[in-house]
Design a protein around this ligand. Sequence first.
Ligand code: HEC
Ligand code: HEC
Ligand code: HEC
Ligand code: HEC
Ligand code: HEC
Ligand code: HEC
Ligand code: HEC
Ligand code: HEC
Ligand code: HEC
Length: 446
Amino acid sequence: MSSPTTGVQASPPRRAGFWPAAVAAMAMMLLGAGAQAAEDNALSSEDKACLECHQKPGLAKTLGNGEKMSLHVAPKRFADSAHGSSGCEGCHAEIDINDHGKEPKPIASKREHARGMMETCRDCHKKTVKLYEDSVHSALVKTGSEKAPICSDCHNPHDTPLAKEGNGHADPLQCHQCHEKIAVALKDSVHGQSEDEALVCKDCHRTHNIKAASHGDHLKGQCLSCHRDSAATHKAWLPNAERHLEAISCEACHSPGAKRRVNLRLYDVASQTQVTEKVGVPQFKRLAHAADEQGKGLDARALWSLLQEFNNNGSESKMALRGRLEVQTGEEAHRLGAKAHAVKECDTCHREGAESFQSVSVSMVGPDGRPLRHDASKGVLTSVESIGSIGGFYAIGSTRIKLLDTLLLMALAAGILFPTAHFTVKWLSKRARARQAAADASNPQE
Ligand code: HEC
Ligand code: HEC
Ligand code: HEC
Ligand code: HEC
Ligand code: HEC
Ligand code: HEC
Ligand code: HEC
Ligand code: HEC
Ligand code: HEC
């Protein structure tokens, strides 16, 4: 690269008898000329050589799949971009200008070319590439998605603005391009309404290391990182708030009008983490279809046999199902309302035939982090036969004794505190009694 300094260094070495004034004058001239050139155009002569051909707007090539790939690179935009100083060589070092462009080089598709080129980002942005490789988008790409973004879908490598120039990189536009319905839902929500405080995608999902949304508890953690008091404020009106916040996603109460469902997630009992299907060993779909012969949704017996299959399938530790009440769609997960519209009435959930328990699915974490699902019949939640498989849902982590204690306390407080508790207690105790009877029958030693 020709900079003012190299200009000076390249000038003839000083010899005795040279007039110092002339040297100074010459240095000034060179400096001036160099600076002028840098202002006009920061491109090196190597870059200019590449651009001699590539600045032609019409330069294009037809690829293996029939796509037409433009080979045009705009010199001024490149020079002004974050990568102007890296030069073409920073990313295209493999190109040898002497034999380049003469023989057509086979390229299957734009996507394949861009995926190959992505490796170069690693040379200078190690950390960011690492974050990205830990993301759901990267997992999707690795498992064959043609639509999930790679670096150059979000960053034009030839026209990458510097973030500090306030060029809008921080706005959710890139996410919006592919997740439009969700972006609209967010805008309509309590989080999207304030002009200066409006949340953007990365406030909850981050930018490069985006995780599958329903995997683990990371998004709940994000909610609580801003709403620090929430865990405590809910205790003021919600008995067993910890249990509720564990078994119900925040959105299930805060997205007005959302359709809910119970998602029975496959858990590893020892590590207390969700079970992920191994890459290349698809079993969930196969086993769930086999257990659900008629395709009507898994009933209690089928659920039990499915769980047995997983437990007998060479797994080292025991697997169980854990219920979580959640919203049914990605849009609903973002359309959160003000607190006045949140679900507060106990009998929204604690009554026979409550809407929340009409839809049930069983899920396992898929190879890309997103859930693999199979429908279950709603009867599995009430059937005595499912105690072995989902006995956990109505008393996760707690014992039935503890539940009965709670019920007693509630019964005492009932008439005064909750007009609806009457139904609640009736409903819960009926179920608890059925459970207890069944548990006693299947565990005579207790
Ligand atoms: C920061 C890295 C980087 C730099 C610097 C860079 N390129 Fe690229 N280039 C890429 C990537 C990545 C692709 C493929 C993906 C894409 O174009 O979106 C690419 C693709 C291309 C293509 C194929 C057409 C296309 O746009 O996909 C041409 C031609 C090209 N570059 C020329 C140049 C020239 C000429 C320069 C210097 C003026 C340059 N590149 C500088 C990263 C870079
Ligand atoms: C003499 C004109 C010319 C020059 C100079 C030139 N290119 Fe090209 N370039 C082409 C042509 C023509 C193609 C299409 C070749 C083909 O059909 O495979 C091409 C293709 C490309 C591609 C597409 C992918 C690939 O590898 O073929 C990249 C990237 C690229 N050039 C970068 C560069 C860089 C970087 C330089 C400077 C080091 C450069 N070019 C110099 C004419 C040129
Ligand atoms: C889904 C879109 C998206 C993808 C894919 C993506 N980025 Fe980014 N990137 C952004 C956005 C938006 C910003 C602006 C800063 C922010 O919002 O965090 C950014 C910022 C950056 C920055 C500047 C500061 C920082 O956060 O490190 C670098 C460097 C970067 N990206 C490189 C990459 C590389 C390399 C890849 C591929 C491994 C990549 N990006 C993939 C959207 C994306
Ligand atoms: C040869 C080294 C090099 C390579 C390879 C490279 N970059 Fe960069 N990149 C830089 C430099 C230098 C900057 C400017 C950093 C600065 O000034 O903050 C930059 C800046 C960026 C920024 C903007 C960061 C900001 O702070 O605004 C993004 C986004 C980015 N690069 C993406 C990419 C992507 C995507 C690739 C791969 C296609 C890539 N880079 C490959 C050197 C490189
Ligand atoms: C080029 C298109 C594209 C861009 C840009 C993009 N995504 Fe994605 N994203 C996808 C595709 C395709 C999937 C997989 C299908 C799906 O879940 O919608 C996906 C999946 C996801 C998932 C996982 C969904 C799940 O079920 O768990 C999240 C979260 C996500 N994207 C967030 C973002 C965020 C945040 C941004 C902006 C920083 C973004 N995406 C930008 C295409 C994109
Ligand atoms: C206030 C936090 C928050 C913000 C802001 C946010 N999300 Fe989400 N996102 C969530 C939650 C919570 C879920 C659902 C998690 C679950 O399944 O339990 C989710 C789920 C998703 C999913 C998976 C949807 C599905 O079908 O399962 C995608 C994709 C996604 N978000 C993209 C985005 C995009 C794009 C933006 C910006 C327009 C965004 N999110 C902004 C919290 C947020
Ligand atoms: C069982 C339903 C339910 C669940 C689950 C729930 N909330 Fe709430 N939340 C409410 C109700 C009802 C209010 C309004 C309380 C009132 O009347 O003041 C509320 C109030 C709030 C408020 C307003 C300020 C405050 O703290 O009182 C925030 C913020 C909030 N919830 C966040 C969350 C988060 C984050 C989660 C998940 C960790 C969550 N909520 C889970 C029902 C629920
Ligand atoms: C980046 C910080 C941030 C994150 C992350 C965040 N929120 Fe918020 N939330 C806000 C702000 C700011 C407001 C609007 C100001 C206010 O009224 O508290 C708000 C408002 C709310 C309200 C309405 C409160 C009321 O008083 O009516 C609820 C409910 C809420 N958020 C729930 C959630 C849930 C659930 C999540 C996770 C999916 C979440 N928030 C993630 C910052 C955040
Ligand atoms: C959005 C639905 C929903 C609402 C609203 C709701 N609950 Fe629950 N409740 C549940 C679910 C789901 C469980 C099962 C939790 C578990 O087993 O981990 C539960 C469990 C309970 C339990 C048993 C706790 C235990 O130790 O197993 C009691 C008692 C209870 N709820 C009382 C109430 C009362 C009182 C209210 C109203 C103030 C209320 N619930 C509001 C869904 C709800």
